[in-house]
Design a protein around this ligand. Sequence first.
Ligand code: SAM
Length: 303
Amino acid sequence: MAPVARRAADQLGVLLAQALPAGLYLVATPIGNLGDITLRALATLARANVLCCEDTRHSATLLAHFAISRPLRPYHEHNAQRERPRMLAELAAGKSVALISDAGTPLVSDPGYKLVREALAAGHRVVSLPGPSAALAALTSAGLATDTFLFAGFLPARASARRTRLAELKDVQATLVFFEAPSRLAESLADIGQVLGARDAAVARELTKLYEEVRRGTPAELAGWAAEARPRGEMVVLLGPPLPQTVTDEAIAAKLTTMLSVMSLSEAAKATADDLGIAKARAYDIGVALKRRATGSSGAETA
Ligand code: SAM
């Protein structure tokens, strides 16, 4: 056995030998590539008293792949109201309950939020086991700004509601991350192009799987590709922040001229900078030049 395999097996053995304390465990699972399971996820799924998942047949395949033979109970939007009290009672009885979704991180466009709220309200321990996440995998491979991003889930399926939602997000100064169904990709990208305009964008498809692809372009370019190629599989749509608007010197001078008739140069420069979203120093310099031209003086304020 390769040293790395021996070490991983040792570490897993250590985890498996420890008792799992009572609590609700939110376990991230692979979004395609089963190699992305974590050692903690395996050890938790193998030891939790209760295992809940969205689709028992789907998750049974994952467990079988790792030779974990455990009963699975469904927890999904249709039975959640009935199942939650039972899971909370199990937590109250000192059991460990693990929740997984079909893929990725539970609660992210997946069930679990109300369960976590109620478990916390009842004073139970809630532990998140981080791991695969389609939104983060897409964000980090898209080549768009990562310092500020807004995950906005699925866009509405109906075109009018979708455009309304996009209009709400138009001025958000962040990378936007959406989940999207392949059947709606082309029309959503076309709406994005119309409502949000030209900006950097990407579609991340089938991440961690055989046909993984990250395609970049403007929303209009990507809409054209999607309409033509009709890509399949699971996908995430990402939009970079709005591009900075270029403000011309003439526009700044026009605004300053109006303001200089009622306030000092310093005040006018600040108000102009705030209004146009530019640096105050730039507005001030243009104001100095305007005053110089008007009076023949140096223009700058001395006080
Ligand atoms: N909770 C999951 C997570 O954290 O990744 C997301 C669940 S959500 C119901 C499913 C959506 O995630 C898909 O419709 C798709 O937009 C995105 N997704 C899931 N797996 C993906 C993959 N391998 N590549 C790209 N997008 C994926």
